[in-house]
Design a protein around this ligand. Structure first.
Ligand SMILES: Cc1cc2nc3c(=O)[nH]c(=O)nc-3n(C[C@H](O)[C@H](O)[C@H](O)COP(=O)(O)O)c2cc1C
Length: 151
């Protein structure tokens, strides 16, 4: 399996989650971990699974991630398996918003199949740290998505 983990991170917390996800995926095949600023739509060619995550900022995905999703032509990634995650505050999603839900919407519009629902990992404050146990939860979430049949 060829997997790609694309992430954005301002203070490093989402990067830590992305690394935990990539490390878990490595048990199944080859994995590239890529910061969003380096990612292009062509990077997802010949990839079996793409995981995209970023911090929730102003209730949604970061501008870089939104621009990336906008650059992928509608329906062009038909059949690609994907998953979306974010980091945010542990409060009602109605208050915080969720980048992962926006990412999931963009991935669906691109034609991909989301293997699991979008997931959030929680930070204690704006600059972090992550709540205790979140990296283990990220690894568990990754194992759950590996159990799903890939498209
Ligand atoms: C400009 C800005 C806006 C933010 N807006 C939200 C928000 O709407 N909802 C939320 O839950 N967290 C918000 N946060 C907190 C971020 O989600 C938090 O900084 C992030 O999870 C840390 O991840 P990072 O270290 O990868 O940047 C905001 C943070 C910044 C810097």
């Amino acid at each position: 399996m060829n997997a790609l983990v694309i992430y954005d991170s301002t203070f490093g917390n989402t990067e830590q989650v992305a690394r935990a996800i990539a490390k878990t995926l490595e048990q199944r095949g080859s994995v590239r971990l890529m910061r969003i600023s380096k990612a292009q739509a062509a990077d997802v060619e010949a990839i079996d699974l793409v995981v995209v995550g970023c911090p929730t900022q102003r209730r949604k995905a970061t501008p870089a991630v939104q621009a990336f999703l906008d650059s992928v032509p509608r329906g062009s990634l038909q059949g690609l398996s994907t998953a979306a995650f974010d980091t945010r505050y542990r409060k009602s999603r109605l208050l915080t918003g969720s980048a992962a839900r926006g990412i999931a919407k963009g991935l669906r519009e691109a034609g991909t199949s989301l293997l699991v629902p979008p997931e959030s990992f929680f930070v204690v404050g704006r600059e972090g740290p992550l709540e205790e146990g979140e990296l283990e939860r990220a690894a568990d979430w990754t194992r759950q998505l590996l159990e799903k049949p890939q498209t």
